[in-house]
Design a protein around this ligand. Structure first.
Ligand code: GLU
Length: 421
């Protein structure tokens, strides 16, 4: 047994702590451990744009390629002030495990630009997006590494990126990026896919645990693409969404909030609270500790930690965000009997439909919305079953089980390819 790592302070250390535990569980050799403990390639550049005021500004930008044993690197690009090398590295690693958990033939990578997109105009955002692609054009492509949306990046940004790539690198490359608008090589169902995948898993959980939807209270942290869509799906299916939030704060109503109305309020005012939303104004920290049955972190990492894990009242946590729970918090939640459905499974619907989009881009086919939904359902169902079975077999948490399934598949491929002997 490797000595257990000290407290994990950074996102990558937190990933390593989980990875070390699962590598012990799988009894991997020293050579296998070495190949999994660090990214294969780290690309860093400073990208610059001319601001609307005529001044030049430079931003650190990253593309980190963790593992491509199972197929081309795959993973989103986030625009966020906290997107540094360590965080992007951790997110790239999670992508490699995620694609393996859902069994799609792709590896894992992540990109980031350390900037605050809320302070940039549309024109400046476009300039950042195009500069990103020019900086990394030699390292991405349909069969090499396929980016996608992530925190603060949208279909429109994907369109600018594809357009730039087609200008500087390859005249026609629909498969070089996913999450594109429908009018420019996107797939039906990609916009709602992250939430849809999580929703399928939650329904399955409700069935397995013999719960009653109508009696379940859910709190959703984050009102971006994943969080807002999930809140809507839940509300439509009869769950009671008691709280939602965005980066500015949230609202709580034990009788339920209407996510469609909240969405309208956000469109009009820029935040989820307002007269039409109803409910009591709360902070993001308060949201996590509300009395509810299911808690869905759908924003940033590290929000459930030693500081608040003991106060969490939900019985189930479904991680639509990447890395929302620290390993120390995981230990506390496990002791309290709280079931955590981990990010690499819960939010894998997004990358799964990205893979559908990539396939359609390569073949020229166009699938119907029903095709996408059915195939996504089948994959999420099978992946959840694989994780549940592993958890039962090894008497381990769902996170460790998902890591075991994902890492196990990556190692299996590395072995057959002769990367490790
Ligand atoms: N950013 C999403 C994730 O973290 C989607 C990635 C993709 O579609 O490649 O899973």
């Amino acid at each position: 047994m490797a000595p257990s790592l000290p407290t994990a302070h950074t996102p990558y250390q937190r990933f390593q702590k989980n990875l070390a535990e699962v590598m012990d569980y799988l009894e991997l050799s020293a050579a296998e451990r070495k190949l999994l403990d660090r990214p294969q390639l780290i690309h860093k550049k400073e990208i610059s744009i001319v601001r609307d005021n005529g001044k030049k500004q430079t931003f650190p930008a990253f593309r980190i390629q963790f593992n491509n044993a199972r197929g081309p690197y795959k993973g989103g690009i986030r625009f966020h002030p906290l997107a540094d090398e360590d965080e992007v590295k951790a997110l790239a690693a999670l992508m490699a495990i995620k694609t393996a958990v859902v069994g799609i033939p792709m590896g894992g990578a992540k990109g980031g630009v350390q900037c605050n997109p809320k302070e940039l105009s549309r024109k400046e955002l476009e300039a950042v997006s195009r500069a990103y692609v020019r900086a990394f054009a030699d390292h991405i492509g349909t069969d090499i590494d396929v980016p996608a949306p992530d925190v603060n990046t949208t279909p429109e940004i994907m369109a600018w990126m594809r357009d730039e790539f087609e200008k500087v690198k390859e005249p026609y490359a629909p498969g070089m990026i996913t999450g594109k608008p429908l009018a420019y090589g996107g797939s039906l169902g990609r916009d709602t896919a992250t939430a849809r995948g999580g929703f399928f898993i939650l329904n399955e959980l409700v069935k397995m645990e013999k719960l009653h939807k109508k009696k379940l209270k859910v709190a959703v942290q984050g009102f971006g693409n994943a969080g807002a869509t999930m809140a809507r799906f839940l509300h439509e299916a009869g769950f009671t969404v008691v709280a939602v939030s965005d980066s500015k704060g949230g609202i709580y109503n034990p009788k339920g909030v209407d996510p469609v109305r909240v969405g309208k309020t956000k469109e009009e005012t820029g935040s989820v609270f307002g007269k039409t939303s109803g409910g009591k104004v709360i902070t993001n920290e308060e949201l996590l500790e509300l009395p509810c049955d299911i808690l869905i972190p759908a924003a940033l990492d590290n929000v459930i930690n030693v500081g608040n894990a003991k106060n969490i009242k939900a019985k189930y946590i479904l991680e639509l965000a990447n890395g929302p729970t620290t390993p120390e918090a995981d230990a506390i939640l496990e002791k309290k009997g709280i079931v955590v459905i981990p990010d690499v499974l819960a939010n894998a619907g997004g990358v799964t439909v990205s893979y559908f989009e990539w396939s359609q881009g390569r073949s020229g086919e166009q699938w119907t919305a029903d095709d996408v939904d059915e195939r996504l359902h089948r994959i999420m169902h099978a992946s959840y079953k694989a994780v549940r079975d592993e958890a039962k077999k090894g008497k381990i948490s769902h996170r460790m089980a998902a890591f075991a399934v994902g890492v196990g598949r990556i190692v299996e491929t590395m072995r057959v390819r002769g990367w490790v002997r």
